[in-house]
Design a protein around this ligand. Structure first.
Ligand SMILES: *Cc1c(COP(=O)(O)O)cnc(C)c1O
Length: 404
């Protein structure tokens, strides 16, 4: 928990602060508890991929996303005036605001939105020589969008730009994008990784090395991007994770694989129930065989170290889903207000079931037009299924839908 270590003498102090020897100099830069979490997340995200990885943990998922993306949006000495990046529009509301307001409106960075991220041609048509990176969220919160991750990584690399992906809703238990060519994986640790709901945190995990044509004097920038962030911009901008929060994440990460297995199976049952319900016009869940992105997700989302008895890994699609209630938005609000077991809250990834209406919560700020482009109507309820008996969750949904 300590904010800094003490030193033997001036020589040791000087060497530590020049990063010449390992040090827990100051928690904003280096702390043993957060380091331990970083090493574990780097190992989990790199597991089975054959790639080396490094990780830095941050105060929140948003600070991880902001730190990782801003590092590619710096001015180059003789570079162009206008720079851009290409991103899926199907994003967590905070990421949308960071890109659209902080980067585009405030700093004049062009954000080129991909409306249908599963369409690789759409990405291709938006990239030019001033593109700094490609950005995707998969599965996306709340729409469950997905894309061919390998094709996207290959496309990025053919333009010498990195592919960044927010894989919060999958966690490394179900998907490790670095193995498919992603350069940088981002997580909100607040969600499924710290399922107890007691801490906020984020993580940047990078492949060693990343692919980028951007010039940076520091060798760590390409060789070990997460360490570069930690020792330079992170030090200077201050989004360090609290060691207390790192400890909560460490405690919960031990059960990540078994939890994701259980809650994915629960969510599958709930999604199948809602899919057949007359009052529901549409269910978005990658695990539903009838869902258009199911075949794509099937290639990528698999429970780590599982076996279906024939030597293949078992598919699991996570615990986030969304459904649309028929009729006007008031109907969705009524169903929502009638939940007895499911919690009404804006977080997700919990061990208990939690639901929100994104249009009036997580995606309220981005406005109606951006919600329309991102396919988030006011009838949409986002549900993250927990570890309760799925029959109880189904019964709760059934009774609340009966209130219509
Ligand atoms: C919640 C969330 C974030 C932001 O994380 P915070 O920890 O709330 O800052 C980013 N991406 C996704 C997919 C999220 O669900």
């Amino acid at each position: 928990m300590s904010d800094s270590q003490s030193y033997r003498d001036a020589d040791e102090l000087e060497a530590a602060l020049a990063y010449l020897i390992p040090t827990w100099c100051y928690t904003r830069i280096a702390n043993p508890t957060t380091y331990y979490l970083q090493d574990i997340l780097a190992l989990l995200e790199g597991y089975g991929t054959g790639c080396d990885t490094s990780c830095v943990v941050t105060a929140s998922g948003m600070s991880a996303i902001a730190m990782a993306t801003d590092a590619f949006l710096v001015k180059q000495k003789s570079g162009p005036e206008k720079i851009n990046f290409v991103s899926s529009i199907r994003l967590y509301g905070g990421s949308f605001q960071n890109f659209n307001v902080r980067k585009k409106q405030e700093r004049g960075v062009e954000v080129r939105w991909v409306l249908h991220p599963e369409n690789i041609q759409e990405w291709k048509s938006l990239i030019d020589e001033d593109t700094r990176f490609l950005y995707m969220e998969a599965p996306s919160n709340p729409q469950q969008s997905f894309a061919d991750l390998k094709a996207l990584a290959d496309l990025a690399h053919s333009h010498e730009v990195p592919f960044l992906i927010d894989a919060t809703c999958a966690t490394p238990a179900l998907m490790r994008p670095i193995g498919w060519g992603a350069d940088i994986v981002l997580h909100s640790l607040t969600k499924s990784i710290t399922a107890g709901g007691l801490a906020i945190g984020g993580a940047i995990i990078s492949r060693r090395p990343i692919i980028t044509k951007l010039k940076n004097d520091h060798p760590l920038f390409t060789e070990s991007f997460a360490e570069y962030i930690q020792f330079l911009p992170y030090r200077d901008q201050g989004p360090a994770a609290s060691p207390m929060n790192a400890m909560f994440a460490l405690n919960d990460v031990r059960t990540l694989r078994s939890r994701m297995d259980l809650v994915s199976q629960n969510c599958q049952k709930v999604a199948e129930f809602l899919h057949k319900h007359q009052r529901i016009t549409r269910v978005d869940y990658l695990g539903l065989p009838s869902y258009d992105l199911h075949p794509l997700a099937k290639q990528y989302m698999k429970l780590v170290d599982s076996d279906d008895g024939k030597g293949a890994e078992v598919n699991r699609y996570g615990h986030l889903m969304s459904f649309r209630v028929e009729g006007p938005p008031e109907n969705a609000r009524k169903v929502y207000d009638n939940f007895r077991l499911i919690f009404r809250a804006t977080d997700l990834g919990r061990i208990k079931s939690v639901a929100t209406i994104p249009a009036i919560s997580t995606h309220q700020q981005q406005g109606e037009e951006a919600r329309r482009l991102a396919d988030i109507p006011p009838q949409l309820i986002r549900l993250c299924v927990g570890a309760e008996d799925p029959a109880d969750i189904i019964a709760d949904l059934d009774q609340s839908l009966a209130s219509l």
